[in-house]
Write a protein that binds this ligand. Structure first.
Ligand code: ATP
Ligand code: MG
Length: 426
């Protein structure tokens, strides 16, 4: 398949797709090529995906996942896109991009239709999802995803794909994910200002989940937590589908700010200290270790026990995982998390985050990155890039589903925006 928005595609009929992750600390652009066979190894969600170019820029204009300055965000996007174009040798015209922020909401809905045909087909599936998504939203909310979690045909529930079945009554339960209209529009405007067409806007943790979690984990029950610079994004799966999503406005930047205030150092130095010596558990820090710290506004260097730094970081980690625990315990979701918790995003790279998470959440925890993709060594298995790679993977899967079935992908359908804000490729 040849995408109209790319040129200089080196491999004929290649499936090139671009993910744009506009995060609080960095904007990253992933250019990937999807293999013709799709996923080649069930245990590796990104198997078959080849990352051919990555571009990165400092994020200016995004706070806690939400765009606060369109011009600055567009500049960062432009810079990251240019870097990715150079790395991949392609001209990027359109992207799959992700959204996060505390404005994200998630609720359930149900749709029912009478089946007039002898057999249920894609048309009926589309109709029943449309019926389930016909809910009145406040004027300032937009639907991001409508995700069917199962179907019922003539009263028989637990059906994952009703196509080809006979019946007179088709029902579906869906999870609807919504976001603030202004935030979504600002993201699209920033991309457009940077000269890009937005093919789709995807919830960032949904994209990360696609790249990091295996089908088995989603089936057994798993929580993915993407902790970035500004937000901690949580998504819970059970029996293969989403049961909850929440975004907390706490991320790695809060740890950095705490260090800056606690040690009275500039934010830049606090960031360096956190990355070099940071640890979220006092019990993991050696008593006798000392670190050098500079005074704010001056060049005076002082030595402090490393435990002082950890004493600042630990309460923030406890607060964060305490809030996440409340979300996971709500509605007894934790009882279904048989595969435990997968942590991803840059902030989980701090020493002790996985142990702290395990202690606080009382579930097995692993740090995960996108599994099985081919690409540059510094990108592969780096949890910082999970969302960006997930966005590219989402795009690749959607393009191939759209090609296979012009009626759309029935398992995870994304609605177009009213008023033509988004152009969905067909
Ligand atoms: N080795 C490390 N140790 C501790 N923290 C780290 C490390 N590497 C990165 N971080 C932190 O990770 C955060 C950035 O992570 P990431 O790139 O996933 O965020 P983002 O996607 O820009 O933000 P968000 O997803 O919240 O909008 C920063 O706060 C940074 O300090
Ligand atoms: Mg992020």
């Amino acid at each position: 398949m040849h995408f109209g928005f790319m040129k200089d595609i080196s491999v004929k009929n290649s499936n090139l797709v671009v993910g744009l992750d506009a995060g609080t600390t960095k904007v990253c652009v992933i250019v990937a090529e999807a293999g013709p066979a799709g996923k080649t190894d069930e245990r590796n969600p990104c198997s078959g995906l080849k990352i051919i170019g990555v571009g990165r820029a400092l994020s200016r204009g995004i706070k806690k996942g939400v765009i606060t300055n369109i011009e600055n965000t567009a500049d960062s996007i432009r810079e990251a896109v240019r870097a990715a174009e150079t790395a991949a040798g392609v001209d990027i015209k359109a992207v799959y991009t992700g959204i996060t922020g505390a404005h994200i909401g998630c609720f359930s809905s149900r749709g029912v239709i009478a089946v007039k045909e002898k057999e249920i087909g894609q048309k009926e599936v589309d109709s029943v999802i449309d019926a389930a998504s016909a809910v009145a939203l406040p004027f300032d909310r937009e639907m991001l995803h409508v995700i069917p979690t199962g179907y019922t045909v003539n009263g028989q529930n637990g059906i994952t794909d009703p196509r080809g079945m006979g019946g007179v009554r088709l029902e579906t339960d869906v999870r609807i994910i919504t976001g603030a209209a202004t935030s979504i529009q600002n993201l699209i405007k920033s991309c457009q200002k940077a000269g890009l067409e937005v093919v789709d806007v995807i919830l960032q943790p949904y994209a990360s989940a696609g790249a990091v979690l295996t089908d088995d984990e989603k089936e057994l029950g798993v929580a993915i937590i993407d902790i970035g610079g500004g937000t901690a994004d949580l998504m819970l799966f059970h029996e293969g589908h989403i049961c909850h999503a929440a975004v907390l406005p706490i991320g790695g930047n809060n740890f950095t700010n705490d260090v800056a205030v606690g040690l009275r150092v500039p934010a830049q130095e606090a960031e360096i200290l956190k990355i070099k010596y940071g640890c979220s558990m006092l019990s993991m820090a050696r008593d006798d270790e000392e670190i050098e710290v500079g005074h704010a506004g001056g060049k005076i260097i002082r030595k402090i026990p490393k435990s002082h730094l950890v004493e600042i970081l630990q309460p923030r980690a406890e607060e964060l995982f305490g809030l996440l625990k409340k979300e996971i315990m709500g509605n007894d979701f934790h009882k279904h998390m048989n595969s435990g918790v997968v942590l991803t995003g840059g902030a989980v790279l701090m020493k002790g985050m996985d142990v702290m998470a395990e202690n606080m959440l009382e579930l097995p925890v692993r740090i995960g990155a996108f599994g099985g993709a081919e690409g540059p060594a510094d990108i592969i298995n780096n949890p910082v890039y999970s969302a960006g790679v997930g966005l590219a993977l989402y795009g690749a899967e959607k393009e191939s589903a759209d090609q296979r079935d012009t009626g759309g992908n029935m398992f995870t359908r994304v609605k177009g925006w009213v008023g033509g804000m988004l152009k969905i490729r067909s």
